[in-house]
Design a protein around this ligand. Structure first.
Ligand code: NAP
Length: 345
């Protein structure tokens, strides 16, 4: 049984906990601690009720500083600094770092120095982490004892890599561009506010389409180095609660047809990327993908090919639920690798 602590119990941290109970991770993984700056009553309340994902599937209550879920007890802390918690005393195998605050390796190392054996990050983080994993693409590169700080990449990287990998195998990818259309996030105010020194993130999330920074081009290059400098990325935030879209344009090396592209993606959906990449021909709106655990769903009705080699795709993803499930996939796989290598040594 993998024993974990969740650091940062916001959108991703709460999705991770909920998915453990909804998606059958309970027999492989146990959450023993949560560190979140809020108070325990609010933590309990936001566990029970979620505007995006609905009511929690199990009874949730509070006992002192402990969150009680069914029979399970989760010790809660409210510490800003990782060294304020004795992670070793919690006897955890891994911290799932979901605050987004710790990205440089030396910052993440603070958890390890304070007794946490390993840290899995909910963001791409700095390039010098031990590995950046997109589950389904390169998870087999994660190493048991040798790796201590691993990133589960970003929700957008998890969305595009299975698609680019499939296109690369079909026809070769020369270059391209991605446009992320992302739902609103907690780093945006509801009404204009002095929220941050990023001027665009001072603007009301509910009233505008807002261009924001993205590192998706760097994320792609880290996973598929052969595409370094070949794919550009832009992102906008839109006033929806959840579910996002990547509009991808790729110039392929060989000529393809819409049918060939869609067939390759359908095959990927039932083989290499089964359960991770989906394919649909239905008429969808973004809300249809709320609570969808897959990394990406291709809207085959929107696939276009211009002049043989310019391929355009629409890729849906639940940026919260899909990503939280991939974090859990990586965490469980990493633990399995560690246990297997311990058995053979
Ligand atoms: N939301 C998504 O769609 C998504 C998808 C994939 C990856 N991610 C990544 O996941 C990370 C978190 O995103 P999120 O959307 O879950 O953000 P969020 O809802 O703001 O959650 C972050 C939580 O961490 C808490 N926190 C801040 N500093 C902390 C500290 N030092 N120790 C412990 N907890 C701390 C925050 O508390 P306060 O609010 O009180 O500061 C907040 O509750 C980011 O790196 C983001 O890029 C997000």
């Amino acid at each position: 049984m993998l024993r974990v602590a969740i650091n940062g119990y916001g959108r991703i941290g709460r999705s991770v906990l909920r998915s453990i109970y909804e998606n059958g991770f309970q027999d492989r993984l146990q959450v023993v601690a949560i560190n979140e700056l809020s108070d325990i009553e609010t933590i309990s309340y936001l566990t029970r009720y979620d505007t995006t994902h609905g009511r929690f599937p199990k009874p949730v209550s509070v006992k002192g500083n402990t969150l009680v879920i069914g029979e399970d007890e989760i010790q809660c802390f409210a510490e800003t600094a990782p060294e304020a918690i004795d992670w070793a005393a919690l006897e955890i195998d891994m911290v799932l770092e979901c605050s987004g605050v710790f990205s440089a390796r030396e910052q993440v190392q603070r958890f390890i120095d304070a007794g946490a054996p390993r840290v899995l990050l909910s963001q791409p983080a700095a390039a010098d982490v031990d590995a950046t994993i997109v589950f389904g693409f390169n998870h087999e590169t994660v190493m048991g004892a040798e790796h201590t700080i691993v990133s589960a990449a970003s929700c957008t990287t998890n969305c595009v890599i299975p698609v680019l990998d499939t296109l690369q195998a079909l026809s070769g990818v020369e270059h391209g561009a991605t446009q992320t259309i992302h739902s609103a996030m907690n780093d945006q105010p509801v009404i204009d506010a002095y929220h941050t020194n990023d001027l665009r993130l001072t603007r009301a999330a509910l009233s505008s389409i807002i261009p924001v920074n993205t590192g998706l081009d760097r994320g792609i290059a880290r996973l598929m180095p052969e595409l370094t400098g070949k794919i550009s990325s832009n992102a906008v935030r839109v006033p929806t609660l959840n579910v996002s879209l990547i509009d991808m344009v790729v110039r392929t090396s060989q000529e393809v047809t819409v049918e060939q592209v869609n067939t390759a993606l359908q095959v990927a959906a039932s083989a290499k990327y089964a359960g991770l990449l989906g394919y649909t021909q239905e008429a969808h709106a973004s809300v249809d993908f709320n609570h969808d655990p897959r990394s990406v769903v291709i809207d085959g009705t929107q696939t276009q090919v211009v002049d043989g080699r310019l391929v355009k795709l629409l890729c849906w993803f639940d940026n919260e639920w899909g990503y939280a499930n991939r974090m859990l996939d990586v965490a469980c796989y990493w633990q399995q690798v560690l246990e297997t290598s311990a058995m053979h040594s």
